[in-house]
Design a protein around this ligand. Structure first.
Ligand code: ATP
Ligand code: MG
Length: 266
């Protein structure tokens, strides 16, 4: 049994439709164009995960695997300081919070697989309750593009990577969150109602008959490994939208959100 527990994102409408939040023991993808908020969302969730369970957190540590050097300790603290209740605001609590978010920098696919294969001990010792991989896409795109047989090798790599991530999620009963940058042929600020765009397996997204983004990229093998897929998207001005594009519990839905000092907010 999958545990059936959920990790609240603090976006009330999203949590409601997801029956409480991001499911534990499975893999959730946060996809979207550059700068749309995938890293901000992941850092917000990292802050929340360290909170005690009775305060809506997961009461444990976070492993944040950073492939792009995108994680910012300063930003993590800003989110914590502006978002968390008073009792978590003293210096020692904030220090404690920061020390619970473990950054793992990886520079290559091989490096990533080695780290994942030997991470179990760490997950136990550091009482890890959330794992983030930001991003799943950058390394494979870099290493398998424009090489002989690259697409096939990439598919193989993604299959082993997905199997390992799912194993970790299930074994430790924790949410595993992966970010994935996607682009559309209509540019970074494609409207939700773009015409049909086929999935070319590398960066474009599919749009269904109603004009909504449903399938993120990296090909079918990867796509099917993901249990829950959230797609971020630009709207006019500062507003952004989050789409529940795949979920075992929720229908296709979308909500507005913004990025502020507090991280992501409804
Ligand atoms: P990429 O695909 O390039 O990794 P991303 O989806 O991870 O992009 P983020 O880095 O999460 O994008 O989001 C960057 C955006 O977050 C910036 O454009 C900025 O608008 C917003 N942002 C970052 N910090 C703050 C802040 N303190 N207050 C308000 N908005 C912020
Ligand atoms: Mg990012």
């Amino acid at each position: 049994e999958r545990g059936g527990t959920f990790f609240a994102t603090s976006l009330p409408d999203l949590d409601k439709v997801l029956h409480g939040g991001i499911p534990t023991a499975t893999m959730t993808e946060i996809a979207g164009p550059a700068g749309c908020g995938k890293t901000q969302f992941s850092m917000t969730l990292s802050v929340l995960a360290t909170l005690p369970v009775e305060d809506g957190g997961l009461g444990g540590g976070v492993v944040y695997i950073d492939t792009e050097g995108a994680f910012s300790a300063k930003r993590l603290l800003e989110i914590a300081q502006t978002r968390l209740p008073q009792q978590f605001q003293d210096d020692s609590s904030l220090k404690e919070l920061a020390s619970q978010v473990h950054i793992v920098s990886v520079q290559s696919c091989k490096n990533l697989m080695n780290r994942l294969q030997s991470i179990e001990e760490d997950l136990i010792q550091k009482k890890i309750k959330l794992m983030v991989l930001d991003s799943v896409a950058s390394l494979v795109r870099k290493e398998y593009s424009n090489v002989q047989g690259g697409m096939m090798r990439r598919t193989d790599f993604l299959a082993s990577e997905a199997a390992l991530l799912k194993y970790i999620a299930e074994t430790f009963s924790i949410p595993v969150i992966v970010t994935n940058q996607i682009t559309t042929r209509y540019g970074q600020r494609a409207p939700v109602s773009s015409p049909h765009t086929p999935d070319d397996g590398d960066g474009s997204v599919e749009v269904d008959g109603e004009g909504s983004y449903l399938t993120a990229a990296l090909g079918n093998t990867w796509s099917h490994s993901v249990n829950t897929r959230l797609i971020l998207q630009y709207l006019a001005g500062d507003r952004r939208q989050i789409l529940v594009a795949k979920s075992p519990v929720a229908p296709f839905t979308c909500f507005d959100f913004i990025i502020t000092k507090k991280g992501v907010e409804q």
